[in-house]
Design a protein around this ligand. Structure first.
Ligand SMILES: [Zn+2]
Length: 397
């Protein structure tokens, strides 16, 4: 048993200034004020005065870090390295490549996921490309983009040994809109992104069960009040959980505020979209044949377009607090609770179209509460990561 004591403890709706967190095995068994959590004598005690404990960050959109690409065998290193930035769970995210390469890479990832090393938990794979609008590819090669079909999805899921958990798609392309119920039945979250869809097309996708959006504002047409498009729909439909990159470069602070005010923190899921070279020194790098230039704050194509992010979820967490004025509790909802809930919404077969209920799924992550997974990030006064615990094990210090 592990007892963290003397720290500021952030449970979902309460902050305990002198809190105790008791962990047994991989679960939290007590979280609250010292008096309410008596520490058994055999427990290993860690006194952490001046530190803050939050539920571990869950990143539903990361391509890797520090020279390691999640879309390859390097996924093992990504698992080991992510806890440095407070990430305890994540979806390993792919990019647009020719399909034969995509299948081969998915097989490599599935191999790693059969016996993952200690580190952050990889909860699955997020396919981001090539099912994108050729008009909104971001850095992807438009010649490789095409609409998703059922046969192709089945082949992808087979190559990935059923680890695919999320798929970014442009529902207006081909018949991909009609695939939404099928994806949900398979326990996969369709996410609108890199899309040029009209508001009406998104409304139809929502009717079919769409409830997630990939990096809101980025790779979407700008909002217009007579042509609200994807952004207007994300703001208008409360059932859509909106991913947001809060590195301070992808989205203006005013747009982040507008999103948070429209949807509330419960509707916004912070993601990093970190590129495999995130965190490395400034310079020019090759990412799967795409050239990217790092300047210590951003990753860009030679044309100057953003190509994934340079920062991680801890930076986004600090941005929400320091630049947007959110309380740490509110920011924590966007980094832990919402992404957990997003993963937790499998379609329940047998429910009529347009009528959705949240299924059982993984309700055990994203909060510091008894019976939840012992996934914890301990931060200093400035919200810098000092220690990360995954499943009750200290994996970074
Ligand atoms: Zn991405």
């Amino acid at each position: 048993m592990l007892a963290l004591t003397g720290l500021e403890l952030y449970t979902p709706r309460q902050v305990f200034p002198n809190g105790t967190l008791l962990i047994e095995g991989d679960k939290i068994v007590a979280a609250g004020p010292e008096a309410c959590a008596p520490i058994p004598s055999q427990a290993r005690r860690l006194s952490l005065p001046g530190r803050k404990a939050f539920p571990g960050f869950i990143d539903l959109h990361t391509h890797g870090l520090l020279g390691k690409d999640a879309f390859s065998r390097d996924l093992a290193d990504v698992i080991r390295l992510l806890p440095r930035y407070g990430v305890t769970s994540f979806l390993a995210t792919t990019i647009t490549l020719p399909m034969e390469d995509v299948y081969a890479r998915l097989r490599e990832m599935a191999d790693i996921l059969q016996k993952p090393p200690a580190g952050a938990r990889c909860l699955g794979i997020h396919i981001e490309g090539p099912h994108l609008s050729p008009k909104r590819t971001g850095m992807a090669n438009a010649a490789w983009c095409h609409p998703l079909t059922r046969a192709e999805f089945d082949k992808l899921q087979e190559a990935a040994a059923s680890h695919i958990k999320m798929i970014t798609l442009a529902p207006e392309e081909g018949d991909s809109l009609k695939l939404i119920p099928y994806l949900l039945e398979q326990g996969v979250i369709p996410s609108i992104g890199h899309s040029d869809a009209s508001y009406e097309q998104v409304a139809e996708a929502v009717r079919l069960g769409l409830d997630h959006a990939t990096h809101t504002f980025n790779a979407m047409p700008p909002f217009h009040h007579r042509e609200p498009g994807v952004i207007g729909a994300v703001l208008a439909f409360p059932q859509i959980i909106a991913q947001l990159i809060a590195d301070g470069h992808h989205v203006h602070a005013g747009a982040m505020r507008a999103l948070l005010n429209a949807k509330g923190v419960e509707g916004v899921c912070l993601v990093s979209d970190s590129a495999p070279f995130a965190g490395l020194p400034a310079g020019q790098y090759e990412w799967e044949g795409y050239t990217v230039i790092l300047d210590g704050q951003t990753c860009r194509t030679p044309e100057g377009n953003l190509a994934g992010a340079y920062a991680f979820l801890d930076t986004g967490f600090r941005t929400l607090i320091h630049s947007l004025g959110l309380t740490p509790s509110a920011a924590s909802i966007c980094t832990s609770e919402v992404p957990s809930r997003a993963l937790d919404s499998p379609f329940l077969p047998g429910i009529p179209q347009g009528c959705f209920a949240k299924g059982p799924g993984v309700k055990s992550k994203g909060r510091l509460l008894p019976s939840y997974d012992a996934d914890v990030v301990v931060m200093d006064e400035e919200f810098r990561v000092e220690m990360t615990i995954v499943g009750g094990e200290i994996v970074y210090q």
